[in-house]
Write a protein that binds this ligand. Structure first.
Ligand SMILES: Cc1ncc(COP(=O)(O)O)c(C=O)c1O
Length: 385
């Protein structure tokens, strides 16, 4: 017998790991002020792009001598732009512990054909030995592995005296975790994650050393226009002042500005991190009591406070074939989806069967709390069937 359905539903059932929930109180009216039908190169257009850059820098505490640019093609665009522009002159150390990290390995080894790259991998739920990074090499890694819920605990493993560049995909970490920017030469993120913005553009953050690499090094391969950040061996500074390479969405921009202002109103980065942590803590308390769910990331120090990934440890479940396990886990997610209490919480397709519940700052803690009895309810239903 499964119990009755819980009485309380999450007010907002949005727990997807990207696009993520809009900020509390968001309505389409926030877009009314968007600069539509105008050129992004007009004075007000450029000013708005620059405003987004300035607010991003201030909110994240990015050092004053770092550049921040709005670039095409979301986080992937920002990462590939950096990789295609900067990789080549040094051996690359690649750290991968889930599917997005694997994508950057593929880019480096199969597309850019940097065959002497060193690849450090770990299974889902674990982290490779970051201390193996050679300070004379370039390093490519993620701050948070969105599909395994495993994050880098800190930047202590990155040498301050490094010769190589650290290139970090921080898309599901920015605005939710403390990122030591001085340890990163390149960092990227997209708008639709922790701030619940609209997908379109990437944000590319460059240290002075990254800029020096761009100005000193010309890759052997062709560079598409949307990757080109230098002209005549000099950085195109305009890109980092709101003069985008090609046309941005002024609607997505307005939405991002709204999210930034919401975050400022909350109290800034600290408040955003606190919201994510509070959400994770609700799940942690529930997992501790649960007899079937466990974190994929066993080690608390590397556990994500955004993309929280759960595995199922019930003996009945573990005795199932891998296909039946995948089906059962999926069924929990679809049951909750059908009920309208939690949308898009199935584990990533390449990850171990389980659930992934987004806990970023735009998710209300009361909704995570309201979700946990429903997780129990759905589990009981699936197990019984
Ligand atoms: C860590 C990570 N990198 C890259 C991506 C791809 O991002 P985008 O779709 O913004 O290019 C994602 C998307 O979820 C991600 O989580």
């Amino acid at each position: 017998m499964t119990g009755n359905a819980p009485a309380v539903r999450p007010a907002r059932p949005f727990f997807s790991s990207g696009p993520c929930a809009k900020r509390p109180g968001w309505t389409p009216e926030v877009l009314n002020a968007a600069l539509l039908g105008r050129s992004h190169r007009s004075k007000p257009g450029k000013a708005r792009l620059k405003d987004a850059i300035d607010r991003t820098k201030a909110l994240l505490g990015i050092p004053a001598d770092y550049r921040v640019g709005i670039v095409p093609a979301s986080d992937t665009g920002a990462m590939e732009m950096a990789m295609w522009s900067m990789l080549g002159p040094k051996t690359v150390d690649l750290f991968a512990w889930e599917s997005f990290g694997e994508d950057w390995v593929t880019d480096t080894v199969k597309q850019l054909k940097l065959k002497d790259s060193r690849i450090f991998k770990a299974a889902y739920g674990e982290l490779p030995r970051l201390a193996d990074a050679d300070p004379n090499h370039d390093v490519v890694f993620l701050w948070n592995g969105t599909t395994s819920g495993v994050r880098v605990p800190n930047g202590d493993w990155i040498s301050d005296a490094r010769e190589g560049l650290t290139i970090c995909d921080a898309t599901s970490a920015a605005f939710a975790m403390d990122i030591p920017w001085k340890k990163l030469d390149v960092a990227t993120f997209s708008w639709q994650k922790v701030l619940g913005g609209e997908a379109a553009h990437g944000v590319l953050i460059l240290s002075p050393r990254a800029v020096a690499r761009l100005e000193a090094y010309t890759p052997a391969w062709p560079m598409p226009k949307i990757f080109r950040m230098t002209k005549g061996g000099k950085l195109v500074e305009g890109i980092f002042e709101g003069e985008t390479i090609n046309t941005p969405s002024m609607l997505a921009l307005e939405d991002y500005l709204d999210a930034l202002k919401w975050a400022e109103g909350l109290g800034g980065l600290k408040a955003l991190i606190a919201r994510s942590n509070a959400n994770l803590n609700v799940l942690a308390r529930w997992v501790k009591e649960s007899n079937w769910a466990a974190f994929l990331a066993k080690d608390e120090a590397i556990r994500s406070n955004t993309s929280v990934c759960l595995k199922i440890v019930d003996p009945w479940f573990l005795a199932l074939t891998p296909e039946a396990q995948a089906d059962a886990a999926k069924k929990i997610a679809t049951t909750l989806d059908k009920e309208g209490v939690a949308l898009d919480i199935a584990a990533y397709r390449a990850a171990p069967p389980g659930l992934r519940i987004w806990c970023g700052a735009t998710v209300d803690t009361a909704d995570v709390a309201a979700l946990t009895p429903w997780l129990e309810w759905a589990w009981a239903k699936v197990k019984q069937s």
